[in-house]
Design a protein around this ligand. Structure first.
Ligand SMILES: O=C(O)/C=C(\C=C(/O)C(=O)O)C(=O)O
Length: 297
């Protein structure tokens, strides 16, 4: 018995355009997911939404269509701490994928080593209230301490308005930090305003990595240019050229107004990283250093 998709949630675009922008050789999609198929990989009972299926085969077809060489497959909340769909996809990618998992604080060293051997290199802490019930900080601290010896990092997903209440805790985590989707800024506020400056100052103070992904989630002015998001992404690329990452966020869960064309998301890249050097760092050098250290793209 498969669960019905959350009403009103859009399906991912099955016919993405061919990008005009050619990704450089070795480009990495540093943020994407697999969902199910739920007949084989059921969704978590505690989830707050039910997506449509989005299989590893469909992810790899998109990867090849837009010219990406490697993917970082991030555990989504719809699968909770059951990482089996993500692990199945990472293992099937033949070294061309890494994983970011969701784990519980009681996870043991043996299981962490199995995840590492499978290609996992980080865990995700999600603070977006519409997605999860917040975990106690002591549980997250316990996880961070357990993953530190493996050289893993923590991927953080939060709303910008919640950063003031979270940044103190983030500063205690003994591992590198990676922030999803620009820290979800309110793009109706000025890019030079105090809110985004606080985010930039936090990012600088803690040497965090920042994903300049998901313009489609942040925009008010809408596709295809996502013009209101561009200044925020450009500022992060300019201030942290060696610690920015890019991803499609395919299959784009929880979108109701519009579903992006992943080909156009690729064409968004040169608007935010406007030199070949900046593009190579964003798309190749930075993600390779974080997820495939010591390997060549
Ligand atoms: O896919 C994303 O990164 C964004 C979302 C969902 C999740 O991250 C998730 O369910 O784990 C969202 O904003 O709804």
């Amino acid at each position: 018995m498969t669960a019905a998709k959350t009403p009103g949630w859009l399906d991912w675009n099955a016919e993405p355009s061919t990008p005009d922008f050619r990704l450089p050789p070795g480009a990495v999609d540093a943020h994407c997911h697999v969902f199910g198929p739920q007949a084989r990989f059921p969704f978590a009972p505690e989830r707050k939404y039910t997506p449509c299926d989005a299989s590893k085969e469909q992810l790899f077809a998109l990867r090849d269509h837009i010219g990406v060489a490697r993917t970082v497959i991030v555990q989504a909340t719809c699968h909770g701490a059951d990482n089996s769909a993500m692990l199945d996809a990472v293992r099937a990618a033949g070294g061309r994928a890494r994983g970011v998992a969701t784990v519980r604080p009681d996870i043991g060293e043996a299981e962490l080593r199995q995840l590492h051997a499978a290609g996992v290199r980080g865990v995700r802490f999600n603070f977006v209230k519409r997605l999860v019930d917040a975990a106690p900080h002591e549980d997250l601290s316990a996880i961070a301490k357990k993953i530190a010896p493996l050289g893993w990092h923590v991927v953080l997903y939060f709303e910008a308005a919640d950063l003031p209440g979270l940044e103190g805790f983030f500063g205690t985590l003994p591992v590198p930090l990676v922030i999803d989707h620009l820290g979800r800024p309110d793009v109706t506020k000025p890019v030079d305003g105090p809110e985004f400056r606080r985010f930039l100052d936090f990012a600088a103070a803690h040497d965090v990595w920042v994903k300049v992904s998901c313009p489609e989630r942040l925009t008010v002015t809408g596709p295809p240019a996502y013009a209101d998001v561009v200044p925020f992404a450009r500022r992060v690329v300019a201030e942290f050229p060696d610690r920015v990452l890019w991803g499609t966020d395919w299959p784009h869960p929880n979108l109701k107004q519009h579903m992006p064309d992943d080909g156009l998301l690729v064409d968004h890249v040169p608007r935010i990283a406007n030199t070949p050097e900046a593009q190579r760092k964003l798309l190749v050098g930075n993600p390779m250093r974080l997820y495939w250290p010591g390997e060549t793209a």
